[in-house]
Design a protein around this ligand. Structure first.
Ligand code: GLU
Length: 415
C-alpha cells in the first residue's frame, strides 16, 4: 500500500472543491494552509524519576467563521502534517454543520497506553501551560480526540483556570458533567453518525434493521454499536475490530456485552461466542452499514473495491483516501463523509460552550433534539450538493464547507 500524507490528502480535497466553486487564487492559497501553528517541547518527569521530552502541537486552521475548535490527540504516530490535516478537516466540519466556529487540532507525540495517570496528568497540564495564551473561549477551544477523554479535559481546564485566575469552563469541551460538561456529549459523535445513517436509509430504501459492522472500537465505535439499534429500532452487529484484532458472528453480537468485554479486557478479541477474524476483513463483509471508526487511511486503493456495504458512515477522521473515494463512488457505495458523519461531537461541544457561557444547562432530551435537527439538515444539504454538482459525497460536503468559509473570508475583506 502506498503511504499517505494526510495533509496532502486534505489539501487535494480543498483544491477539488475550490475548482468546482471557481474560487480565486488568493482564496485557495489562504484555505490550503493553517492560519497559525504552535510547536513546543514538554519536559515531563516520569514515574521512574527520569525527565522525558515530549513534542506537542496546536494548529489553528481557520478563524473566519469563529474561534478555532477541535480535539487534542495523544498518539505515537502524530506528525505536524497529521495535525494540519485534522485541523483543516475541523474547519470544513464545523462549516458543514453551520456552527459559528473555525477549525483547529492539537496533538502530543506520546504512547498513552504505556503511561501512568500521574504522567498523563503532568503531560496534560504542561500542554495547556504551553498553549494557554493562544486558547480561550474566543480564540480556540480544544476537546478530546484519539486517546484523550473528559479526565484529560478536566486536568487541562483546571490548569487553565489556575493560570488565568478565573472560572472559564468553556475553554475546553467534553468535560465531566460535574464541572461544566453537557448532557449528551459522550455519545454525540456516534449519535450524529447514526442520525445520518437513518436519513440515508430513507433516501436509498436500505433496511436500517439489516447487518452492520464496526471498524475501530474506541468511544465512537462502541457508542455507534449501541445507538444503531437504539435509534434505528434494530439491526444486527455482525463484526467489530480494534487494533488487536476482530470478532465475527453470523447470528449477531450483543453490542452491550461486547462493550463490557472491551472495557474489561481492553479489546474485542476473545469475546465469548464470536469467531476471531483478521482486523481488516471487517471491511469486506456483506453488510448494510459499515462504520469506520478508527484512524486515517483505513479505506484505501488496496481494499476499497472489496467493500460490500451499501452505506459507509465515517465516524473516524480521514478514513478514506482520494483513490478509494472514487472506487466507492463508482461501485455505488453511499459514503457519508467524515466531515458530516462525525460532526455530532463538535456540534454538542458547541452546545456545551453555549451552556457554559450562561451557566444554564439543558436537559438531555433538548441536546438530542438540537443535535438531530443540525445533522439532519446538514445531511440533506450535502445530498443537494451531490445532485447539483454530480460528485461523490465527500466532494459535495467539501463544496458546502469550503463555500461557507470562503464567503466568510471574503466578507471580512481577507481576499
Ligand atoms: N475530536 C472530535 C472531532 O474530531 C471533537 C472535536 C470537538 O468537539 O471540538 O470532531
Amino acid at each position: 500500500m502506498k503511504s499517505y500524507n494526510s495533509f496532502e490528502v486534505e489539501q487535494q480535497q480543498v483544491m477539488e472543491a475550490a475548482k468546482l466553486l471557481n474560487l480565486d487564487r488568493p482564496t485557495v492559497d489562504l484555505l490550503l494552509w493553517p492560519q497559525r501553528e504552535f510547536k513546543f517541547t514538554l519536559p515531563i518527569r516520569m514515574d521512574n524519576g527520569e525527565v522525558k521530552i515530549f513534542h506537542g502541537y496546536r494548529i489553528q486552521h481557520n478563524f473566519a467563521r469563529g474561534p478555532a475548535k477541535g480535539g487534542i490527540r495523544f498518539h505515537p504516530d502524530e506528525t505536524v502534517d497529521t495535525i494540519r490535516a485534522l485541523a483543516g478537516w475541523m474547519t470544513w466540519k464545523t462549516a458543514v454543520v453551520d456552527l459559528p466556529l473555525g477549525g483547529g487540532k492539537g496533538g502530543i507525540i506520546c504512547d498513552p497506553k504505556n503511561m501512568s495517570d500521574r504522567e498523563l496528568e503532568s503531560l496534560s497540564r504542561s500542554y495547556i501551560r504551553a498553549v494557554a495564551q493562544y486558547v480561550g473561549i474566543d480564540k480556540d477551544i480544544p476537546a478530546p480526540d484519539v486517546y484523550t477523554n473528559p479526565q484529560t479535559m478536566a486536568w487541562m481546564m483546571d490548569e487553565y483556570e489556575t493560570l488565568m485566575q478565573r472560572h472559564q469552563p468553556g475553554v475546553l469541551t467534553d468535560k465531566p458533567m460535574q464541572i461544566g460538561g453537557t448532557e449528551g456529549r459522550r455519545d454525540a459523535t456516534a449519535r450524529g453518525g447514526v442520525i445520518t445513517v437513518r436519513e440515508a436509509c430513507k433516501i436509498l430504501g436500505v433496511d436500517p434493521k439489516g447487518r452492520y459492522a464496526i471498524q475501530g472500537f474506541g468511544n465512537a465505535g462502541q457508542r455507534a454499536a449501541l445507538l444503531h439499534q437504539e435509534l434505528l429500532g434494530g439491526g444486527k452487529l455482525i463484526a467489530a475490530c480494534d487494533s488487536r484484532g476482530g470478532v465475527y458472528s453470523e447470528g449477531g453480537l450483543s453490542p452491550k456485552e461486547l462493550v463490557t468485554h472491551k472495557l474489561k479486557t481492553g479489546s474485542v478479541v476473545g469475546f465469548p461466542g464470536a469467531n476471531p477474524i483478521p482486523r481488516d476483513s471487517v471491511l469486506d463483509l456483506n453488510v448494510e452499514v459499515l462504520y469506520p471508526a478508527a484512524l486515517e487511511n483505513a479505506i484505501n486503493e488496496t481494499n476499497a473495491s472489496k467493500i460490500k456495504a451499501k452505506i459507509v458512515c465515517e465516524l473516524a477522521n480521514g478514513p478514506t483516501t482520494p483513490e478509494a473515494d472514487v472506487i466507492l463512488y463508482n461501485n455505488g457505495v453511499h459514503v457519508i463523509p467524515d466531515i458530516l458523519a462525525s460532526a455530532g461531537g463538535v456540534t454538542v461541544s458547541y452546545f456545551e460552550m453555549v451552556q457554559d457561557s450562561y451557566s444554564y444547562f439543558w436537559e438531555e432530551e433538548i441536546v438530542h433534539q438540537r443535535l438531530d435537527r443540525k445533522l439532519t439538515k446538514a445531511y440533506h444539504t450535502v445530498q443537494e450538493a451531490v445532485k447539483e454538482k454530480k460528485v461523490h459525497p465527500r466532494l459535495a460536503a467539501m463544496v458546502v464547507g469550503v463555500a461557507r468559509v470562503a464567503e466568510a473570508c471574503k466578507l471580512r475583506g481577507w481576499v
